[in-house]
Write a new protein. Structure first.
Lengths: 361, 361
C-alpha cells in the first residue's frame, strides 16, 4: 500500500531532539509514572495481570470515556493505541476503492493521504484564515454534489487549533443525512464541554486520546465512539492489528480519566499562560499574526516576508535551538505551527528569537 | 477494506471468559505489574515521563531485542504494539494489488486474509500432519513458478507449534533469492536458541513479541527485525498508525528482556510439565494423537470420530467449562488447539473431561 511521507511527523522525528526552545509540541507537558500513580486512589495498579485483558477494552475505562460525551453506552466505545490508530481503523473499516472523501486544509495529512492509499478520491476544502480558519458552507455543498462516503474533520483543527463553527456543523450534518454520509471527527484536542459530532449525528464518529490535553501520550491510549454496528465491525478488525489495548494502558487510562478535572485544569493553566505571552508579544510584532484558539494546544502563526517556512524553521533551530513545524509540512506557506504548551520562559525566549530572526532576514 | 472475521480471535473473544479449564491459551501465565517491577534493578520506572518517547523505539530496548538474534544493529529493529501489528506493518509496506503471496495451512488466518484484503493473490501450501506438520519442498517449487513477492510463515507454527525443518528453510531461501522474494517469519513462539530467518537471508524479516513465551501480552509490545531500508520505510508508515510504542511499554519491555533467561526458564518449566501430562494421558487415550513440539506453547490435537470441532468445543465448554479453539477456526477439522500453558491440575482435569466426552459421543 503506497503512502507518502507524513510531513509533520517526519519533521518532528528528524528535528525535535535538537530543540532547546520547543514552541511546537502539541502536548501539555507529560506526567511521569509517579505523578500519574499518585492519583491512583484504589492502588490496584501493582496487581494488574499483564495478559491480553478485556479484548474490546476494560469496561471501567469505557464508562469513564462515556462521561466525556452526552450519549452512548459501553458498546458505543472501543479502545485504540492512540487517536491516530483510531482514525486509521475507522477509515479502513468504512472506505473501499472509489469512495469519495471530503476533508479540510490546512489539516492533518492522514485525512487526505490515508483515504487515497485505500483507493478513495479526496476533496480538500479550504479553511479561510480571514474568516478565523472557518470552512465555507457553499464549498461543502459544491463538493457534495457527488456522493460522499465520509467527511473527515479535526475539531479543533491541527494546525490551527480552531473549532468548526456550529452553523457549519449543523449544515454539514444536514447534508450528510441526505446522503447517508459518515462523519469522522478527530476530537483529540476537544474540550469535553464542547459538542462532539458523535452526540449530534447517528453516523457521527468521534476519536480521542489522552495524548494532548491529558498529558499522557506515553500511554498510547485512545478511543473511538460511534454507532454500535460500526464499533462491532471495528472490534472485529482489531483482531488483525492489535487484539486489545491491554490492561496496563487500560488501567492507567482509567486512573487518568477518573482525574480528568485535575488534568484539564492543568492544561487550562498552561494554555492560558502561553496565550497571554503570545498576545503580549504580538502587540510589538507587526510581522506576525495568529488566530488564537480559546482552549487548544496548537495555533498557526502567520509571518510576513519571503522566507520559505522550512528554511525559516531550520535556520531558527540550527542557530538558536528554537523549534517550529513549518507551514510547508501542512502544505501552507508563510506559517509556523505555534503551540501553547511551553514553559513561559521558554515561550518568551523563543518568540523573541523569532522576532530577531524575522527582522534580520 | 474488506476483511472476513478472524475466526480464532473471535472464538477467543466470544467464549474465553466462560472457560473454567482453559486448555487453549497461547501464553505462558502472565506476570503481574508487581512481579515484573521486582526485576527492575535500576528502579527508574517511576520516573519515566509519559511523552511520546523515542519515536522509532527506545535504543536500550532495541539493543536487548538484538541479543535474540545473530545479526543486525539498532537500525535493523523497529517496535510495534504486539507481533500482530508488526506483521500488519510489514504486509502493508511490501504488498501492492496483484502481488503473489505464499503461506501455509493450517496457519494463522491473518497471513492469508490480510494479503487478500490488500489486493494480493495467495497460495496456501499444506503442512502434512503425517510428516510432523512439515511443508513439502515440491509444493513450494510448484507455487513459485509464478513470481512471488512474499512468503509468510509462522515459525514455530500456530496452531501446530512445530518448527519448519532446516532443509525446507534452506531451499525456501534459495528459491526466494532467485526471485528477490521477501520472507516474513512470525517468530512470536521462537526459542532464541533456534535460527531466525532474519539472520539467514538479507530479505528475511522476523517479527516477535513479549506476549507468548515472555508472559507479558499486557504490554502489547512487539518488534520487527529486517534490512535497514525496509525498517526505514516501516518507520515512515508508523507515523500514520502509532507514531511510537511509547516509553511506558518500551521501559517495561526493556526490564523484561534484561531478565529474559528467567522468563524463558519459567516458560520451559510450564511447557515441560504440560508435555508430560499430555504424554501420560495419550498412553490411555487411543482416540487422540498429537505431534508435540519441543518448546512451544501450542499444539494441534487430533481426535477420532465424526463430531465437528466447533460442536465438540462448544459442548465441552457449556457442559464442563473446558475451553478449546476448534480446528474449524483454522479451517482444519477433527482437531483442537491444545496449549501447553495450563496449571497441571487444570490440564489433567480438562483432558480427562475431553476423554469422557469423546467416549460418550
Amino acid at each position: 500500500m503506497k503512502l507518502p511521507k507524513f510531513e509533520v511527523e517526519q519533521w518532528m522525528t528528524d528535528y525535535e531532539n535538537d530543540a532547546v526552545c520547543n514552541l511546537t509540541d502539541t502536548c501539555i507537558p507529560a506526567l511521569t509514572v509517579k505523578e500519574l500513580l499518585a492519583m491512583d486512589e484504589a492502588g490496584d495498579f501493582q496487581n494488574v495481570r499483564l495478559d491480553y485483558g478485556a479484548i474490546t477494552g476494560d469496561l471501567r475505562v469505557k464508562e469513564e470515556i462515556l462521561k466525556l460525551y452526552q450519549s452512548g453506552d459501553s458498546d458505543s466505545i472501543t479502545t485504540s493505541q492512540g487517536c491516530l490508530q483510531g482514525n486509521e481503523m475507522v477509515m479502513e473499516t468504512l472506505l473501499e476503492p472509489g469512495d469519495h472523501v471530503i476533508t479540510f486544509k490546512p489539516g492533518y495529512q492522514a485525512f487526505s493521504d490515508y483515504p487515497r492509499a485505500l483507493g478513495g478520491t479526496v476533496t480538500e476544502l479550504p479553511l479561510y484564515e480571514d474568516d478565523n480558519w472557518q470552512p465555507s458552507v457553499s464549498d461543502l455543498e459544491e463538493a457534495m454534489k457527488q456522493k460522499t462516503k465520509l467527511i473527515i474533520l479535526n475539531d479543533p483543527n491541527n494546525p490551527t487549533g480552531i473549532r468548526f463553527n456550529d452553523a457549519f456543523i449543523t449544515r454539514m450534518i444536514e447534508l450528510a443525512k441526505e446522503q447517508g454520509t459518515w462523519i469522522l471527527s478527530d476530537e483529540v484536542y476537544r474540550d469535553p464541554a464542547c459538542p462532539s459530532v458523535s452526540d449530534l449525528y447517528d453516523r457521527g464518529i468521534s476519536t480521542g486520546s489522552l495524548s494532548k490535553m491529558y498529558s499522557l501520550a506515553g500511554l498510547r491510549f485512545g478511543w473511538i465512539k460511534g454507532p454500535h454496528d460500526l464499533i462491532q465491525k471495528i472490534n472485529e478488525r482489531r483482531d488483525y492489528s492489535i487484539i486489545s489495548t491491554g490492561p496496563l494502558a487500560d488501567t492507567l487510562a482509567y486512573i487518568a480519566l477518573k482525574n480528568k478535572e485535575r488534568l484539564l485544569e492543568r492544561a487550562e493553566n498552561v494554555i492560558q499562560a502561553n496565550r497571554e505571552i503570545i498576545q503580549d508579544w504580538l502587540k510589538n510584532e507587526p510581522a506576525c499574526s495568529v488566530v488564537l484558539p480559546e482552549f487548544c494546544t496548537v495555533s498557526f502563526l502567520k509571518y510576513e516576508g519571503d522566507i520559505p517556512s522550512k528554511q525559516l524553521a531550520l535556520d531558527l533551530l540550527k542557530k538558536h535551538g528554537v523549534f517550529f513545524v513549518p507551514g510547508a509540512c501542512f502544505f501552507h506557506e508563510n506559517h509556523l505551527r505555534l503551540s501553547l504548551t511551553a514553559d513561559p520562559e521558554v515561550m518568551k525566549q523563543g518568540l523573541s528569537l523569532l522576532s530577531s530572526y524575522l527582522h534580520q532576514n
